[in-house]
Design a protein around this ligand. Structure first.
Ligand code: 2BA
Length: 110
C-alpha cells in the first residue's frame, strides 16, 4: 500500500477531490500553506493499493493547472541602498501539483 501526498492549488482542489471520489478513491484534505509564497494551498492524502498509484496521479494531473504568481520581494531596510527599501516583482510558476508517494508500513481501519 502507498500514501499519496499531493499539494495542489486551492482553485484545483475541488475538481481533484471530486474526480478522485468519483473514481472510488477515499481522500483526506488538509489546509496547508506554501513556505515560499506563504499562500494557502491544499494537501490531499490518498491511501491506495500499489497498482492504483498511477491512476491516482493521472487524475490529479488532469485536474491541476500550473499558474504564474507574482511575488513582491522586498529587501530589508538594512540591506537597501542607504537604508532605502527596495522592492521588485518575482514571477514563479506554481503547480500543477507536487506529489509524494510513500510506502505504508501498516494500515488498519478499526
Ligand atoms: P510554495 O513553497 O509557496 O512555492 C510556490 C512556488 O514558488 C513553487 O511552485 C516554485 O515555483 C516557487 N518556489 C518555491 N521555493 C522556491 C525558491 N526557494 N526559490 C524560487 N522559487 C521557489 P511549486 O514547485 O509548484 O510548489 C507548490 C507548493 O508545493 C509549494 O508552495 C509548497 O507548498 C509545495 N512544495 C513544493 N515542493 C515541495 C517540497 N520539495 N517539499 C514540500 N513541499 C513542497
Amino acid at each position: 500500500m502507498k500514501l499519496v501526498y499531493a499539494i495542489v492549488h486551492d482553485e484545483d482542489q475541488n475538481n481533484v477531490i471530486t474526480s478522485l471520489n468519483e473514481n472510488g478513491f477515499s481522500v483526506t484534505k488538509l489546509f496547508s500553506t506554501g513556505g515560499f509564497l506563504r499562500a494557502g494551498n491544499t494537501t490531499i492524502i490518498v491511501g491506495v493499493a500499489d497498482e492504483k498509484v498511477d491512476e491516482v496521479i493521472e487524475i490529479i494531473k488532469q485536474n491541476s493547472k500550473s499558474r504564474k504568481k507574482v511575488m513582491d520581494t522586498a529587501m530589508s531596510p538594512g540591506s537597501g541602498l542607504n537604508g532605502v527599501m527596495l522592492s521588485f516583482p518575482l514571477e514563479v510558476t506554481v503547480g500543477g501539483a507536487t506529489i509524494f508517494v510513500l510506502d505504508v508500513e501498516r494500515y488498519e481501519k478499526i
